[in-house]
Unconditional design. Sequence first.
Length: 621
Amino acid sequence: MFYKQFKDPIYEYIEIDNDIVTEIIDTPAFQRLKDIRQTSYAPLFPAAYHNRYVHSLGVYHLGRIAFKAIKPQLNEYSGKTSIAGKIDRIESIFYLACLLHDIGHAPFSHTGENFFLDEAETLYHSLEKCVKEHDFFEDFLALGSKPAPHECMSCVVGLKTFPCFFDDSQERSFFARCIIGMPIQFKENEPKFSGRVNEEKKEIKKRREEYTSRKKGVELLNCVISLLNSSIIDVDRLDYIIRDSATIGFKNAQVDYKRLLKGMRIVTNEGRLCIGYHKSALSVIEGAVYAHDAEKKWIQNHPSILYEMETLKNAMSTLTAKFRSEADPNPIFCYEALTEEGKVLSYKEPLFSEKAVSLYQKGELWSDSAQKLLDTEELFCEKDAVNIKDLTITRKYPLSLLADEDFLYLMKTFCKSGLGYEYFARDKRRSAIWKSEAEFRALFQVSIGEESRSIKTLEADFEELVEFCQNKTGVPIVDDKIFDLLVQEEKEAESAKENEEIDDEFYTDIMRGVKEKRHWSEELKKIAEQLDIPFEFLIIFQKRFNSSFKKSIGDIPILFPNLENKVVPFKDVVDVLTSGENKKSNFFHLFYRPKGIIDEAKKKEIVNTIANRLIAATNYK
């Protein structure tokens, strides 16, 4: 077998089978990932321009190390199970999943992935058709929450683009489960002995052996699935923790990936086989937790990054609405746009000015000769694009292998104003009043109490205000327009009540909401007047930070070979920094548009004035 080496700044050299390089990596579908940014960190770290292509190679590399660490045990434990003799094939499909786990990413990665979703659940139906296995979709429907859209799209693109790599529906199912992190649910009940006759004992014993064998086979497959996507530590998460930190220059905790992955073991924990770690990996697990949480809390949640993501989401909504039609409700963020074949975006615009339309309606626009050309469809070069009935011309934009640059071109062409334009126009950007969740808590919760009625009022009311502005205007911006919208909301509620379309309780609830939103809008306007800044506040609401590790990290089985009770939960031997019990309260960032240069004294005045005014205003109820 021949390999091609890829020079990587993190792992030095990544070796990949030549056939995989030729048949997958060199294809347009995979090369597209070079133009999908790995992170949205550029507002803070100008060098943060690494891509999903190199990340995918890194995940493949780590996946090989992880699989080889547990492969001897897979071979040992798989005897007499349904996967006996299939370990090499499972290994191949797992490596494919590692390599292709991000092949369906949207432009700007996670910022754009929710635009893959539509009311008809097209993406999920496409996934079902691609996998074609009943148990897969049954488990999918039983999930408490759906997997990330980019994971589902990666399954669809991978299975549709490279079908020759899969022999049957079981392999397609296993590939998809690895990417979306969905374990196989073993639903069979264990056979029970009634104690009537000896023959039955033999039959029950046989059935129990078969049951144990099938259960063990499922558990072993789930071990492999969790290597790529789990709620604890996996090779996808591990690569981006290491790569993001190294590429952007963020001084994070060091993660010894070799020690961690080579310490992986298949262990028996609470009666089932699962992935655990040798005791030698304890310090690395703790380091990975700290590194992940530091990046998530201090970089991903930084207001500059949240603001830029908001500008992109606004542009994505604007462009989707521009090209949407009844026949094509999701024109840009769809499977077809990601493929080499692609699709054509189109929209209609007026063919003539209002004055020309008036002349046309009077029959004075054309000469007799021109009229004849119009009648014979020879007047316009693009006759298929012109519709004389509604006097429109259809503009067309071919789209294929959709990547960041394609979307930026559309933004430059169609988003020349509004929030989306602020992605390009840094001189028109807004400033965050407080810079972190910690500063918000210091300004508000410390002053008025974390569990007080006032802080809950502030957070709940602003969440409703954001939702109202987003629904009515498409942007979470509070300005003078909101007062007209609230008057309209009142009139619609009164009309609905008079026509008995809503009951008194619902009407009272609507009017209460209008009163709250008007109160805070008026307060923000007074603040803007006092500080001599424009009354135009962008509000980005956020959930309170909680580590995605905390619920499950403590249950990681740690193998102590010299102990009698060999497997011990991680939480029993290591004190991991925790955030305490999960809080339901959220917070928000408030952005304003500064006038001229704002010095430190003015910044201090703005922050404290806004905080004090908002705190005082919580007592209106």
